[in-house]
Ligand binder design. Structure first.
Ligand code: HEC
Length: 169
């Protein structure tokens, strides 16, 4: 009889421990693990462009090209080197190889479905403006005029960056 009581006690004790143990580990795990992804608060409220890795890479590559072109135009103007201005600007024109808005790139990367028309229009206008800057430099137009064209064009950089983001998918 004693043995039966002892056995029942042992089973009861393990039962209690068994019931408690998983609960405590679960609670501890809940405290330690970060919040699930869907609960992450986005501080960046700009419109998300849902690009895949390849599309994102291509657009950001193009962006770095725009920055290089801008640097080149500013440097060329500062040094009175119109050839430098023309060359730098041309690389970011609609003819530039990396230009996303070029029809072959749009098609190859299937950008039509993911880039809003406003985005494409602003992007295209930016590349066309660089093309015009290249032409102005080649035509020997005054540096001040080219500089003002760049100032105007850079408003596109500002406006577009304020409106959109491209998170890493
Ligand atoms: C039509 C829209 C648009 C225009 C115009 C535009 N950008 Fe961007 N650019 C973007 C977006 C969207 C991003 C991603 C921003 C983000 O996710 O925070 C970006 C990112 C960039 C980056 C970061 C690239 C990287 O590797 O992360 C640079 C540099 C940049 N842009 C330069 C420029 C410059 C310079 C101009 C103007 C001459 C310009 N952009 C014009 C939309 C634009």
């Amino acid at each position: 009889m004693k043995q039966i009581y002892a056995g029942a006690f042992a089973i009861g004790l393990f039962g209690v421990l068994g019931a408690c143990a998983p609960q405590t580990t679960k609670e501890a795990a809940a405290k330690a693990s970060p919040a699930p992804a869907q609960e992450v608060v986005r501080l960046d409220e700009r419109e998300i462009l849902p690009l895949n890795q390849m599309q994102r890479q291509h657009v950001l590559d193009e962006m770095r090209g725009l920055l290089i072109a801008t640097q080149g135009v500013v440097e060329g103007l500062a040094r009175d080197d119109m050839e430098m201005v023309a060359e730098a600007a041309k690389a970011a024109s609609m003819r530039g190889r990396g230009t996303v808005e070029r029809p072959n790139n749009m098609k190859r990367l299937r950008m039509g479905q993911v880039l809003p028309p406003e985005f494409r229009q602003m992007g295209r206008a930016t590349h066309e403006a660089f093309g015009e800057m290249a032409q102005m430099a080649a035509d020997g137009k005054p540096a001040k005029d080219i500089q003002l064209k760049l100032v105007d064009t850079m408003n596109n950089c500002v406006v577009c960056h304020a409106a959109y983001q491209i998170p890493n998918p």
